[in-house]
Each structure stands twice: as structure tokens, then as C-alpha cells.
Write a protein that binds this ligand. Sequence first.
Ligand code: ADP
Length: 454
Amino acid sequence: MFKKILIANRGEIALRIIQACKELGIQTVAVYSTADRDSLHVTYADEDVCIGPPPSKQSYLNISSIISAAEITGADAVHPGYGFLAENAHFAEVLSECKIGWIGPRPEVIRLMGDKAKARQTAKAAGVPVLPGSQDPLQSVEEAVSLAAEVGYPVILKASAGGGGRGMRIVHAEEDLAGQFAAAQNEAEKAFGDGSIYVEKYLTEPRHIEFQVFGDHHGRVVHLGERECSIQRRHQKLIEESPSPAMTPELREEMGAAAVRLCEAVGYENAGTIEFLLDSDGRFYFMEMNTRIQVEHPVTEMVTGMDLVKMQIEVAVGRPLEIPNGLKPRGHAIECRVNSENPDTFAPSPGPLKTFHLPGGPGTRVDTHGYEDYVIPPYYDSLVAKLIVHDRTRDYAIARMCRALDFFVVEGIQTSIPLHRRILRDPDFVAGRLSTRFMERFLQREGRSGDGGK
Ligand code: ADP
């Protein structure tokens, strides 16, 4: 087993990894920027190293500072969490050159699946359905026009290197394609330093359903069921649940087998997520793969009773997976992302947590790095806490979430809690009538800005 793990991250996920390490008897090293000096991950880690000033580029994305921190402290492995360097194949390679362990898949697999256009090709070759669209990145507007005519409007232009809901443009008619093509290329170049884009059919009312997968170093790949993540604003997830209200045992079997097949085809190791879109006719299509632990992993933990972060560490040292095939979810889990943001405009709302009272009680879990008087810095993402509940059925879980949201008191900053309260009581949400356009409709019904599901 590893003796000491460096956590190349911050916020709630850094704490989550520290928890797993403690339970496994592993020493922890926190790295932090000067803006995070007072962060809980620094307090709770056994050792800590300052890696630079607040901007991520100079700290949490600074590979040489992080490697130096690992070497100075004698860490024998790095856990990257999600975001920052979690899907950076180069970082994983440098660690391996320095003989430091990497808690994640092999760098070449990260690189392959991180290129969305290549991931699409790989899925297709593995017999996993993909939406009609380009085989390779687009070379010209003319090519985009002819492909779009073939698959039929609406289409979506996506950045091959895209992520975080950025670099996507929906195009409804041919006359808009040239303009959107240029804009998408430009945006992709600016955001990811890679302007290559591809086109695929845009589904107007899909559900976002993803499968948690796990591979060990002995060639075994399993899935741990699905998560429904259709409640999104600006292509970013807001509420996740497991199981999906749309799932049947047959569909789970079919989608899960497709997810496992794709992972086997690339020799996938460690935790990953295969994202699918499910249309209203029950057909599913591969969308992308995330080669890391996800923000929403706790809903899977609640219904499977497994600790995915501990499993990541165990798999990384070569232990075989101890999961039976055909695992059945137990009960229902829901996660609400509590962001420091204006609940109407979604503008970030950093600042001091003057009151921070967490809900507890049966089946209630909060993953957070927040505490009273902690000041949320403006430099990083707006996630302050994840509120997760688990109960016997979806209806019970919704009631439990409503109660937990009512008992979650945050003062000093604006949060998404009031918005969650309203969504959880919405008749369509309660009935499980979900799609990625849910938020757009919901906000329109409320007479608020209708851009939430854009
Ligand atoms: P990112 O990597 O930036 O998160 P994804 O490829 O995962 O981007 O897509 C994010 C969201 O965008 C999806 O959950 C879905 O809501 C929407 N989306 C992406 N592709 C399509 C599509 N072809 N049709 C409809 N919606 C899509």
C-alpha cells in the first residue's frame, strides 16, 4: 500500500481524499495556493506545501511545483481529484518518470478519451452507439455544412478538447452554421488552446445518464450502475441521482454492458464515467468519457455502499476489484450541488460564510470544505458543498432532501439552496419527468431568465 499520498487539488474533493487516506492508514500531503492557506484540506492533511499564488495556472495547475512538493515530502503517489490536472496525460507521464504513483488510468488512455472526437471513434469501433456526425475533426465550414445536411438540423458543434460545458454551439439552421462554426473554433482555441471541432446531431429532449465504471490492473472492468444528471444549467450539472427514474433492469444491463465494452476496448484502469444521452424513445448514445472521479460520485456510493475513493487507491496499488457482477442499487440517492452563486443569474458569489449550519440526521451526508467564518475565494469554482441524501425510494429521498435543504443555513453569501428547494418541489421533478431542458422550462415557468438550460 502507498505510505503517503499527495492530493493535487483543493476544496471538498481534497477533503474527501484525505478521509479515504485516513481510513486506509495513509499519510497525506496537501498542496495549496496562498488564497487557500486557511482551507480545511490544509488543516486536516498531515503535511502541507504552498505551491504558489492564487491563480490556478500558477498553483493547482503548476506541474513543476506539485512534483517538487511530492519530492520534498517523499509522497509515493498523487491523487488528482477532479478538475485541475485530473485529466492531464502529461502530468501523469511526468509523475511516472519521477517514479511517483498516479491514482488514475494510464496516460495514453487519458489522452485518447480526453479528445472527444477520438473518443467518439473509439466508442463506435467498440460497437457503442454514437450520435450521427463527423468521423474526424472538421476541416472546413463546407464540410460542416454537408455533414449537418446529412444528419439533419439541429446539430451541435463541439470542441474536441472541450469540457466543463464550454465550447459547444447548437445550430438550428444552415444559415447560422458558418457564423457558429467560426465562433466555436475561436472559443475552443481560446479556452483549450486547440481549435478542432466536430459536429453531431443535437437531441432536443434527452436525458443525461452516465455509468460509473471501474477497471483494475488485472483486466477486469465492472460498472456500478448509473446516475441521472439531467438537471443542468448552462450544460453544468446541478442535481444528480441514482438510480435514474428512467431506468429499467433491461436498459441498465444494455447500457452498462456498452460502458464496460468501451472500457475493455481501451484497457481502462481505475474509476471513470461513461456519459450517454438517452432519447425519448429509449435509444442511448455515447457522449463522452471522464477519466477520473466525478463530483457526483457520492450518489453511487450511497446506493452501492462502496467507497469509490478508497477503491481508486486500492486499485492503483494493483489490488483486484472485489465487486460482484450485476450489483443492484439499494434505495435511492440524490445530490444537490450547493454553489456560492446568485440563484437567479448564477453569477458567482464569493465571500465569508457568516453562518454555516449543516443538516444531519438519517441518510444525510454533506461533503464540504466550508466552515463558519471561512472566506470563499473568488479564484476557483463555486462549489461550496454537496448535499446528498439516501432513502428507500425516490419519493422518500425527495422528502428527505427537502428537509435537509430547509435545515441547511448559509449566511454571508448567496447560494443555490433556494433554487434547489423550488426544483425539489416541482411536479415534473417529483414525477421524474426529466430532460436536459428541464431547467430552461422550469425557469420560464417561474418567469425567470430562460437561459438556465442553454
Ligand atoms: P462537457 O465535457 O463540456 O461537460 P458534454 O459533452 O459532457 O460536455 O456535454 C454536456 C451537456 O451538453 C450534456 O449533458 C447535454 O446536456 C448537452 N449535450 C451535449 N451533446 C449533446 C447532443 N448531441 N444533443 C443534446 N445535448 C447535448
